[in-house]
Design a binder for this molecule. Sequence first.
Ligand code: FMN
Length: 163
Amino acid sequence: MDIQKALDKIPGPVGILGAIDGDNHRIITVSWFTQVSKNPPQLLVCVSPQSSVHPIINKSKEFVLTILSKDMEEVARICGHTSENVSDKLDTAKLTTKTSKKVKVASINEGIFNLECQVTGEFTGGDHTIFVGEVLYVDEIKEEKPLIFYNRDLVTVDYSLSK
Ligand SMILES: Cc1cc2nc3c(=O)[nH]c(=O)nc-3n(C[C@H](O)[C@H](O)[C@H](O)COP(=O)(O)O)c2cc1C
């Protein structure tokens, strides 16, 4: 029985989760997130208590989730590693930011779109914290294929079923 091997085969999109406390802006790569409500629009994201964004989201009660496109594999890898400060990750990953509309956390210009969220619930889920966030605003949605985390690898989707 290899439970983790099976769970690794559940495909999921990849995003950058951002949070800010004062001028301490932090970003991490995430793939454990999904919609939980349509009205109001809400999603959940599972965050390790060890990650830099965890105490910040806990305190600020807001975050930005940026959905990555298929050509952002390197960005996912860079932001998936610990770094002292956000400029290291932004510079290395060649990411640029812009002011968000509804939250203090900056949005990211690259990626398919940014979801600005306010935390409405927080639950313990084993070794991660489940933050539920209401989506307050989404910026322009680009027509690009998403990056997918599947079988511990970064891949993309083929929408066609006709082969
Ligand atoms: C593809 C991928 C998906 C990840 N998904 C999550 C996730 O859903 N939740 C989480 O807490 N960490 C996730 N991580 C791990 C964090 O991105 C990683 O621990 C990161 O180093 C945290 O950055 P920090 O130490 O600077 O806070 C993922 C990493 C990768 C590469």
